[in-house]
Design a protein around this ligand. Structure first.
Ligand SMILES: C[S@@+](CC[C@H](N)C(=O)[O-])C[C@H]1O[C@@H](n2cnc3c(N)ncnc32)[C@H](O)[C@@H]1O
Length: 270
């Protein structure tokens, strides 16, 4: 991007402060947290992501790492490239920017995926999974009042890869930002990366607290293979716990089937 296309129009600059960041600055800023940008599952949230200049560069760096580690094993490349994509989050006020951001991220992911996984039998399902992740992770809404375009709370999904399955847990952004630190005697200790390693891009604060993975294997997955998504399962009604944090914890599904949203299961909370 050059200086000239950092701005779309004068009116958008005046109304929304829309001035996109040039690649040189993007890279210089990301280099301040270089190690995190090169960690496949480190989570990034950009609260005014525009059309994704920061997020696409983060994805490029993560995918380079996926390639370095898994290029000889396409099935691993496949699931870890989805994990990389699932770790990138954005909020953007303007629908055209949010849509373009999703599209750019998808194009980068898909180009690399196609190059590495030509023979995958579930390629089309993987592509649907990638699109689904982006629909859930790049939200059109207001990062100040934390509401979406319909006035509903912004909800982000936390994705965890367990073997060949993805688990999803939904949180309101409000709940995540205002969550009190859990008491050690109330919460099982996390198994995977510490919350302190999950840094917001703009604020050096934990983005999402790690939930325990201990309960995952208690979920009944019987019949899941052939299950068709129910109408009610596709859009679960917003429901929070007493503190307004966890909405749903979903049973894990095969990583390439995550676009088949399973029926919500009320989670245990943080
Ligand atoms: C200065 S631009 C930066 C875009 C991108 N982060 C970049 O560096 O290229 C600010 C962006 O924030 C969006 N924006 C403005 N107010 C917002 C709000 N309250 N919530 C979410 N996004 C907002 C604008 O539409 C615009 O795309």
């Amino acid at each position: 991007m050059t200086e000239t296309n950092q701005v779309k129009s004068k009116s958008r600059v005046q109304a929304h402060g829309e001035v996109f960041t040039a690649p040189r600055e993007v890279n210089a800023m990301l280099d301040l947290v270089k190690q995190e940008t090169e960690r496949i599952d480190s989570r990034f949230l950009e609260p005014a992501c525009g059309d994704g200049n920061f997020l696409v560069e983060i994805l490029r760096r993560k995918l380079a790492e996926v390639r370095r580690m898994y290029r000889r094993k396409p099935s691993d490349y496949e699931r870890f490239s989805l994990l990389a994509l699932s770790s990138i989050y954005g909020v953007e006020l303007l629908p055209d920017n949010a849509a373009r951001c999703r599209e750019r991220l998808y194009e980068i992911w898909d180009e690399a995926y196609t190059a590495h996984c030509r023979k995958s039998r579930q390629a089309e399902d993987c592509r649907k999974a990638a699109r689904f992740l982006l629909e859930r992770n790049i939200l059109c809404g207001n990062a100040l009042d934390l509401l979406d375009t319909k006035g509903e709370p912004l909800v982000f999904s936390q994705w965890s890869l367990i073997g060949r399955q993805f688990k999803r847990a939904d949180y309101t952004l409000d709940g995540l930002l205002n969550a009190q630190p859990p008491q050690p005697d109330q919460v099982p200790q996390p198994l995977a990366p510490k919350a302190s390693q999950q840094m917001s891009l703009l604020k050096e604060e934990p983005l999402m607290r790690q939930t325990s993975l201990l309960d995952l294997f208690e979920t009944d997955q019987a019949g899941e293979k052939d299950a068709k998504p129910q109408e009610s399962a596709v859009k679960p009604p917003p429901e929070t716990d007493e503190e307004g944090r966890l909405l749903y914890e979903f049973p894990p599904v095969d990583y390439w089937r995550i676009h088949h949203e399973p029926t919500p299961v009320k989670g245990a909370g943080l």
